[in-house]
Design a protein around this ligand. Structure first.
Ligand SMILES: [Zn+2]
Length: 174
């Protein structure tokens, strides 16, 4: 699962992590979660979309070196979880939602939709962190644009069935 690249040379890797102190069930869950996130972010259609967004927003692609899919959740000091992080070395880290949360979600919605949630969350986190590389601490602007680009991608996914070629033309002609 290593060395998948966006055409602009951003490398996506799964970050090797030890599951010490975790049960076999937890380890299995987080391994699977990382696999789903990895497949989602390296999906060719999504990669094209990200490259289009990078160009449209004039994001300097050289500020990002790697996108690391972390297997284990990140817990801030206040106890809240963190979806993603961008550091000075140009690394974007993508963290999973906690097992307990996903379990609760499975009880409320269908399992298929939990997968969908994981995928959408991974995409939105990457979009959000990429926008942060340009808009830095302007959280409102980043959130607003994340919503905008997520709806473009989602819309594109739905329309795809109807008229793939035309949508691709509209989306990726620049
Ligand atoms: Zn943010």
């Amino acid at each position: 699962m290593q060395n998948q690249r966006f055409p602009n040379k951003i490398k996506v890797t799964t970050f090797p992590q030890k599951f010490e102190g975790f049960s076999e069930k937890q380890a299995k869950f987080y391994r699977k979660y990382a696999t789903v996130a990895f497949k989602t972010l390296t999906n060719p259609l999504f990669q094209r979309f990200i490259n289009w967004m990078i160009l449209k927003e004039s994001i300097n692609e050289h500020t990002v070196t790697t996108i690391q899919i972390r297997a284990l959740p990140f817990r801030k000091q206040n106890g809240n979880g963190l979806a993603g992080k961008f550091n000075k070395k140009g690394e974007i880290s993508i963290y999973p939602k906690r097992l307990e949360f996903c379990r609760k979600l499975t009880r409320e919605i269908e399992k298929e939709n939990v997968y969908c949630y994981i995928k959408v969350r991974a995409r939105a986190t990457l979009i959000h962190e990429l926008l942060h590389t340009k808009y830095s601490r302007d959280e409102n602007k980043v959130r607003q644009l994340t919503r905008k680009y997520m709806s473009i991608f989602t819309c594109h996914g739905n329309l795809q069935k109807r008229n793939t070629k035309r949508v691709l033309q509209i989306l990726f002609s620049f």
